[in-house]
Ligand binder design. Structure first.
Ligand SMILES: Cc1ncc(C[n+]2csc(CCOP(=O)(O)OP(=O)(O)O)c2C)c(N)n1
Length: 328
């Protein structure tokens, strides 16, 4: 399945490199105790977030997860506000009060990363319901892990989205594990996409490390949604290189297994593809890595220099000022 055009492939490569460089920088900052909070690394899964988001328009909606850095960067988030949020700075996306699992940008259709596993799934279905009522031509995408596809709200959301033909794509990033549990120990099925059958919708499984395959499958699902033909369950099979969180001792897998998957690095595969198509040589790819590294370093410098959250503002923005008629 090779239909991404040449400039698209190069752009997707740039985004994947940006995510990898940002994630590697975060690991260093976290290990050096400069980065507060909690980190769930997206390294190894870049082709999924990029392939999906590249098939969307700016106004389209995504909901993300606890492992969401790649999703929000691929949807085009402001890198300064992203790093400032993770640093706990007032210039961050949630004024520094949320951190890694709470990046949102409503103008870019990023309806939030989410620490509640599967929490974004009904939010995306709800956004799709709003779009179908408003007829605004937007499509919503719910990112989730294999573990999230076991929870009740996943099944309720698929059922309602199916019966109401909502413009939504449910993207399962099957990275092999939920927390510390291998997929085969929490599900009796191999392909998660077969769950679509229970709801009468399309279900597709693709190689989540092949950015072109992810992009093409998403384009088809998005086109189906915009035509009013309802939701798709898209499973992208990938692998998380790091532990569930930074500090996870990972007794549930061997280093050999991790090394085997690293041979299927989505970024290296894209580099091979770019070279094969004559779209970029080694020097051009190195220049892209250098450019993305500079971008990330500039954003980190911005975040370091930004003012910290003022503890006195802790309770601001907790409740909305929205007045509802008839309510006191
Ligand atoms: C509703 C809920 N249950 C449990 C947890 C604890 N928890 C955090 S991450 C996680 C595993 C999620 O696995 P998966 O959906 O496959 O995503 P992955 O971490 O593999 O990206 C769990 C159980 C939670 N945050 N929310």
């Amino acid at each position: 399945m090779r239909t991404s055009n040449e400039s698209e492939l190069l752009e997707m490569y740039r985004q994947m490199v940006l995510i990898r460089v940002a994630e590697e920088a975060l690991l260093r900052l976290f290990e050096g105790a400069e980065m507060p909070g909690f980190i769930h690394s997206y390294i190894g899964e870049e082709a999924t977030g990029v392939g999906v988001c590249h098939a969307l328009q700016k106004q389209d909606v995504i909901t993300s997860t606890h492992r969401g850095h790649g999703h929000v960067i691929a949807k085009g988030c402001d890198l300064n506000a992203f790093f400032a949020e993770l640093y706990g700075r007032a210039a961050g996306y949630c004024k520094g009060k949320g951190g890694s699992m709470h990046v949102a940008d409503l103008d870019l259709g990023i309806y939030g990363a989410n620490g509640i596993v599967g929490g974004g799934v009904p939010i995306a279905a709800g956004a799709a319901l709003a779009s179908s009522i408003r007829k605004d031509d937007r499509v919503s995408v719910a990112f989730m892990g294999d573990g999230a596809s076991d929870i009740g709200p996943f099944h309720e959301s698929l059922n309602l989205a199916a019966i109401w033909n909502l413009p939504v794509v449910f993207v399962v990033e099957n990275n092999g594990f939920a927390d510390f549990i291998r997929q085969s120990d929490h599900q009796k099925i191999d392909k998660i996409s077969i769950r679509a059958t229970a709801y009468g919708i399309e279900g597709v499984t693709v190689d989540g490390n092949d950015v072109e395959a992810v992009h093409e499958a998403t384009r088809e699902a998005v086109a189906r949604a915009r035509r009013g033909e309802g939701p798709t369950l898209l499973e992208c099979v990938t692998y998380r290189w790091r532990g569930h969180f930074e500090g996870d001792p990972q007794p549930y897998r061997t280093q050999d297994e991790v090394e085997d998957w690293k041979k299927r690095d989505p970024i290296k595969a894209t580099e091979a593809r770019l070279a094969e198509l004559g779209l970029a040589d080694d020097a051009a790819m190195k220049a892209i890595v250098a450019e993305m590294t500079d971008k990330v370093e500039a954003a980190i410098e911005f975040a370091r220099a930004a003012p910290k959250v003022n503890p006195e503002d802790a309770l601001e923005d907790v409740y909305t000022d929205l007045k509802v008629e008839g309510w006191t």
